[in-house]
Design a protein around this ligand. Structure first.
Ligand SMILES: Nc1ncnc2c1ncn2[C@@H]1O[C@H](COP(=O)(O)OP(=O)(O)O)[C@@H](O)[C@H]1O
Ligand SMILES: O=C(OP(=O)(O)O)[C@H](O)COP(=O)(O)O
Length: 394
């Protein structure tokens, strides 16, 4: 369903409440270590300012559990945003109440302010209607640009839309249109690569993708459970014993539907789960009893890369191995490089895979890198995201 966006409404002179996801990583000195999410919201913010709107930004930051916590104030974010916009962005010390109301009343068209962390109020995550009403009372229009938080049915992501007309910002529009098109109407061959630690985290994603893709590539720790389902011995590798039966069913489903499901044929095994552990490449049938598989092997990586390069649409979520340790990062790097070489639509679904493409230095080569980890997973599961559902249809 196509959603109305800020292009479809008149915003001139209006007070516009924009929910953004400024939940950025910071270091121990509260300095922002990656401002991607702030940059990603700039097109929406700049457009609204240029159109003469009064822009009121709201975001969560961390998980302060409904209480004021100095560690989770948004001052650094307001500072960085001011630098990126080239204009001062005021910041309030609470997201509702007299100070916030006064700050909004003082806004001129073309000015922006950032409200304090909405999660300082327990009512936010409870999606409390009275709290949503207070937030809504600050504005004339609600714009949701927080794709990364769109899987949360909270007051500032969903509740406010009960009281204000609600439309999508440009980031939200981009996320749902690129990933939506890939799922609904992909150019084929459509290849999905799913990795990461556990099958249990991605059951829904695999099930949904098995109704859409031509080829499903599986790597990372979760591949072990599938290999176990095929009868291989995995030694000390991470295997979810209680998911082996499910893996068998998923393998059968793929076969029935004529979907190619690729699993590792060789793996890098290590004598211990450590960066400097002794390691070697073996065929999947030859994993020593005391060793563990921590990466896909070179033959598997080459096979996967070949399939990825030929694809017209590729979606990737989750690393192929323990890529944080250099010795077990080759498989993930090979997938990242193949994605960069693929001339089709290439989509990275958040989480660790984003870190992997950045490490390899190929982030700019991707068609789209989602700003949401959990949100993109739920999107790929085919779920309706609450923060999207509340927006007006076109
Ligand atoms: N073979 C493996 N054995 C153990 N852990 C693995 C293996 N392959 C990948 N991992 C781990 O999986 C983690 C990422 O999993 P996950 O959180 O599911 O991915 P994402 O964040 O991309 O969704 C990484 O920390 C990585 O080290
Ligand atoms: O960082 C986020 O999620 P992500 O790590 O899954 O991308 C979002 O800002 C959502 O945060 P939350 O998981 O505390 O609701």
């Amino acid at each position: 369903m196509e959603k109305k966006t800020i292009r479809d409404v008149d915003v001139k002179g209006k007070r516009v409440l924009v929910r953004v996801d400024f939940n950025v990583p910071t270091d121990e000195n509260r300095q922002i270590t990656d401002d991607t999410r702030i940059r990603a919201a700039l097109p929406t913010i700049k457009y609204l300012l240029e159109q003469g709107a009064k822009v009121i930004l709201a975001s969560h930051f961390g998980r302060p559990k409904g209480q004021v916590n100095e560690k989770y104030r948004l001052d650094q974010v307001a500072k960085r945003l001011s630098e990126l916009l080239g204009q001062e962005v005021a910041k309030t010390s609470d997201c509702v109440g007299p100070e916030a109301e006064a700050a909004v009343a003082a806004l001129a068209p073309g000015q922006a302010l950032l409200l304090e962390n909405v999660r300082f109020h327990a009512e936010e995550e409870k999606n409390d209607p009275e709290f949503a009403k207070k937030l809504a009372a600050l504005a004339d229009l609600f714009v949701n640009d927080a794709f990364g938080a769109a899987h949360r049915a909270h007051a500032s992501t969903a509740g406010v839309a009960q009281y204000l007309p609600a439309v999508a910002g440009f980031l939200m529009e981009k996320e749902i249109s690129i990933m939506g098109k890939a799922l609904a109407n992909p150019e084929r061959p459509f290849v999905a690569i799913i990795g990461g630690a556990k099958v249990s985290d991605k059951i829904g994603v695999i099930q949904n993708l098995l109704t859409k893709v031509d080829t499903l590539i599986i790597g990372g720790g979760m591949a072990n459970t599938f290999l176990k389902a095929q009868g291989y011995e995995l030694g000390k590798s991470l295997v979810e014993e209680d998911k082996v039966q499910l893996a068998k069913e998923l393998l059968a489903t793929a076969q029935q539907r004529g979907i190619e499901l690729l699993l590792p044929r060789d793996v890098v095994v290590a004598a211990a789960f450590a960066p400097d552990a002794e390691h070697k490449t073996v065929a999947v049938g030859e994993i020593p009893a005391d060793w563990q598989a921590l990466d896909i092997g070179p033959a598997t990586a080459e096979k996967y890369a070949g399939v990825i390069r030929q694809a017209k649409t590729v979606v990737w979520n989750g690393p192929m191995g323990v890529f944080e340790m250099d010795a077990f990062a080759r498989g993930t790097e090979a997938v990242a490089k193949a994605m960069a070489e693929c001339p089709g639509t290439t989509i990275i679904g958040g989480g660790d895979s984003v870190a992997a493409v950045e490490k390899v230095g190929v982030a700019e080569k991707m068609t789209h890198i989602s700003t949401g980890g959990g949100a993109s997973l739920e999107f790929l599961e085919g779920k309706t995201l609450p923060g999207v559902a509340v927006l007006q249809d076109k």
